[in-house]
Design a protein around this ligand. Structure first.
Ligand code: ZN
Length: 211
């Protein structure tokens, strides 16, 4: 396991420190002001991510508001995750990778059949559904998600595709909760494109109060 070397977390109160196995989902409730660190332990591992207002889950991460209010299609240090009600949900306060995807959404068994002609048995869509069910949410609650540690460059003619990931082993993002949140992750199980470098790997999720 990669070690957390940033000094800010050593003084912090760690509420949860979990290695999310390859291909698996994870979720947590995070209080306003607390932090979530996502660590790409082995590099080039897409982390599909959604968040919801813990008290009113109909208010949730909204990709279009996030693009228009950050004035950028990529997320990095200083970016805000905005809700469908145009309120701040999370702020990226540290980022050692540098670029994260807002456009490409998640993999599903159905889209993999269309684009690869394969009937896969795992997907981020099914992971999200499984994890959201633990919180009384489901298929209707899945919005266009963030892909941390995934690189999707857009060409001037609008051409878009997943490129080789930029993240190195141990790269991380620190996100500060700007409201009480439910966060849900699918550690992407895709083996048919570069989202997980053709070989899904574990990631680490740490929920902590800053020191
Ligand atoms: Zn996926």
């Amino acid at each position: 396991m990669a070690t957390v070397t940033d000094s800010s977390i050593s003084r912090a109160t760690i509420h949860e420190d979990t290695v999310v196995p390859a291909c698996k989902p994870w979720s947590a409730r995070i209080k306003k002001g607390d932090m979530l660190r996502l660590v790409d332990l082995e590099g080039r591992q897409a982390v599909d991510f959604l968040c919801y207002n813990a008290a009113h889950p109909a208010e949730r991460y909204n990709a279009a508001n996030t693009l228009k209010l950050n004035k950028n299609i990529y997320l990095g240090k200083g970016s805000t995750l905005w809700s469908v009600r145009a309120r701040k949900m999370m702020t990226i306060v540290e980022d050692t990778c540098g670029s994260h995807d807002t456009l490409y959404g998640c993999c599903s068994i159905e889209v993999d059949e269309v684009r690869f002609g394969k009937t896969n048995t795992q997907s981020c869509q099914s992971n999200f559904e499984t994890e959201l069910a633990k919180h009384g949410l489901g298929e209707k609650d899945i919005a266009a998600n963030i892909n941390f540690f995934m690189y999707v460059p857009v060409e001037t003619d609008g051409a878009v595709a997943i490129a080789e990931g930029l993240s190195k082993p141990g790269d991380y993002v620190d996100l500060r909760a700007e409201m009480d949140l439910l966060v849900v992750i699918s550690n992407c199980p895709e083996r048919d494109n570069l989202a997980a470098g053709y070989e899904p790997t574990p990631i680490r999720a740490i929920v902590y109060s800053p020191g």
